[in-house]
Design a binder for this molecule. Structure first.
Ligand SMILES: [Zn+2]
Length: 230
């Protein structure tokens, strides 16, 4: 894939300085990371298909919003590691408060069958951006907790309008029927538990649509984990 000169320069010099304070060393330095308010609990609201949602922090946190934007729109792939660290820290802060955090804190023996995947991106968008930030975050997350990561478990079969430009009802319609289970995994997901990872959760229509596909294919439970909640 051809890269623009700006991208080549950015990639060559990144991650040499903190995106927030400019200090040399990391994409986001430890001091700035520590300033982010990471949630120590989860909301117990009811969803149609999701069995629960873990959000690491709030989207109205200016630093978080800026990092997500830099990762996605300035295509700074390395920042997906920082975004994953926010979700990882959230789960570690939860310790054993929820079903998943409890199992993560007690290690591999309690995790049988838990699969991690990212919300898929349409192949044309993927070609344009060069990476899917949700999949990158899911990969880092699964490595941290030694979980099974399946990058192409779900596929996006149709291109959609950006959800950010739409009202709630339009968002539901926009993503309706656009995701599918990747055929080789049809039998595999039956009776399994899946942790779906995305960067931002606003109305939840994207994640619910993904969870619907998994439930239709007989996944036992589907949870969501996101960096930021809008
Ligand atoms: Zn900093």
């Amino acid at each position: 894939m051809w890269k623009t000169l700006k991208e080549i320069i950015l990639n060559a010099f990144w991650p040499r300085s903190c995106v927030n304070c400019g200090k040399a060393g990391q994409c986001l330095c430890e001091d700035c990371f520590a300033m982010i308010d990471i949630f120590r609990d989860i909301s117990y609201e009811k969803f149609l298909y999701l069995d629960g949602l873990h959000a690491a922090t709030a989207y109205n946190d200016k630093m978080v919003k800026a990092i997500i934007h830099l990762c996605k729109y300035s295509r700074i792939k390395e920042l997906s590691r920082t975004l994953a660290d926010l979700i990882i820290t959230h789960f570690k802060l939860l310790d054993n408060q929820t079903l998943i955090s409890n199992r993560l804190s007690f290690g591999k023996q309690n995790l049988g069958g838990l699969i991690v995947c990212g919300v898929p991106m349409h192949r044309r968008k993927l070609k344009n951006r060069g990476f899917n930030q949700s999949e990158e975050i899911a990969k880092h997350f699964s490595e941290e907790f030694e979980l099974a990561f399946i990058p192409d478990l779900l596929i996006k079969t149709k291109k959609t309008l950006p959800q950010t430009e739409l009202a709630k009802e339009e968002r539901i319609k926009n993503v309706s029927g656009v995701f599918a289970l990747n055929p080789p995994f049809k039998e595999f997901v039956g009776n399994k538990e899946v942790l779906l990872i995305d960067d931002v959760f606003t109305t939840g229509s994207t994640m619910e649509e993904c969870a619907k596909v998994l439930k239709q294919n007989h996944s036992r439970r589907v949870w969501g984990a996101v960096v930021a909640r809008g």
